[in-house]
Design a protein. Structure first.
Length: 315
């Protein structure tokens, strides 16, 4: 049963990484290197908590559970989308450096997160957080405990990753978006509006990443601010590299990172050993990056125009 509990916790915890990496992949496929993902997840956590607070104030703490979840998701998406629009405005319209803009967004998001939870969020949200976790009434067998005992956001993270994989490989708009990320000048010459595609991809990507913050607060932390959401954003960015910009692989990568993150607490390691194991995901990512670079595996390389500002007048 201990191993079943470990797998159950790892799958549940993987959702925060999967939301973040899926959203970041959407942004990076358009050519935007958004290092603001940790800040975006903080804003998603705050936005979702504010949404739940509004629902609690409107319907009380004994209302229909679906409404709390709906308000939380909608407000998380809204806050994440606004963050994506800000990033796009600075990098596209003002042509600011993408790395600097992303790091600034992370700092801003972390600061607003701390302030907002002290001043804008209802203290009643822990009482309704159960609605984010209750979806199935799982049985006592191992299969049910591992796969059918999670909240709605865990399954939503997996569904989104699969849907985004299909979108990039099977749809015309997805193929156009990949062209924008690989060669914006070629895309522009063929009549694709590079600015529009990058704006939409970044806004949608940030909105998806924001759901990772909502998951941490309303599902994993039971409605309380127990951990710093931003640290999981950095691991989400690492998973994008680990998965070679493929959301389908990110599902397994997120589970692996979640497993390594949960493992020390489940087996009772010492404080120093716990942090040593937490470093493993970063080391694994570095090793994969080195291997793919040395072997020149084309399918494992980032979009060619990643991090580059496009100016059609210089085409």
């Amino acid at each position: 049963m201990a191993f079943v509990s470990l797998l159950q916790s790892a799958i549940r915890f993987s959702a925060v990484f999967l939301f973040g990496s899926t959203g970041e992949t959407i942004s990076q496929k358009s050519g935007h290197l958004n290092l603001g993902t940790p800040g975006v997840m903080c804003l998603g956590a705050l936005g979702g908590a504010i949404g739940v607070s509004i629902a609690v104030n409107a319907f009380g703490s004994n209302g229909v559970g679906f409404l709390y979840v709906l308000f939380g998701i909608l407000f998380a998406l809204l806050f994440g989308g606004i963050a994506g629009a800000l990033f796009s405005f600075f990098t596209i319209n003002l042509k600011c450096n993408q790395n600097v803009t992303g790091l600034t967004l992370t700092t801003l998001g972390s600061g607003i997160f701390s302030y907002g939870f002290k001043n804008l969020v209802s203290t009643s949200i822990p009482s309704v957080s159960k609605h984010f976790r209750d979806l199935f009434h799982a049985g006592n067998d191992g299969f049910s405990q591992i796969f059918l005992s999670h909240g709605i956001l865990v399954y939503l993270a997996i569904i989104l990753a699969i849907a985004v994989t299909f979108f990039f490989s099977r749809t015309k708009i997805g193929l156009r978006l990949r062209t924008v990320g690989e060669s914006p000048s070629t895309a522009d010459a063929s009549g694709i509006n590079v600015t529009k595609y990058r704006y939409i991809a970044t806004i949608v990507g940030c909105a998806v990443s924001a759901l990772g913050g909502l998951f941490m607060i309303m599902d994993y932390n039971n409605g309380s601010v127990e951990y710093n959401v931003a640290e999981y954003g950095w691991l989400a960015v690492a998973i994008v590299i680990f998965s070679m910009w493929k959301p389908s692989i990110a599902i397994g990568g997120s589970f692996l990172f979640g497993f390594l993150y949960i493992l020390p607490y489940k087996i009772g390691l010492s404080f120093s050993d716990t942090y040593l194991i937490k470093l493993l995901p970063y080391f694994i990512t570095i090793i994969i990056l080195i291997i793919t670079s040395m072997l020149r595996i084309k399918s494992a390389q980032p979009p060619s125009a990643l991090g580059l500002t496009y100016d059609r007048e210089e085409r």
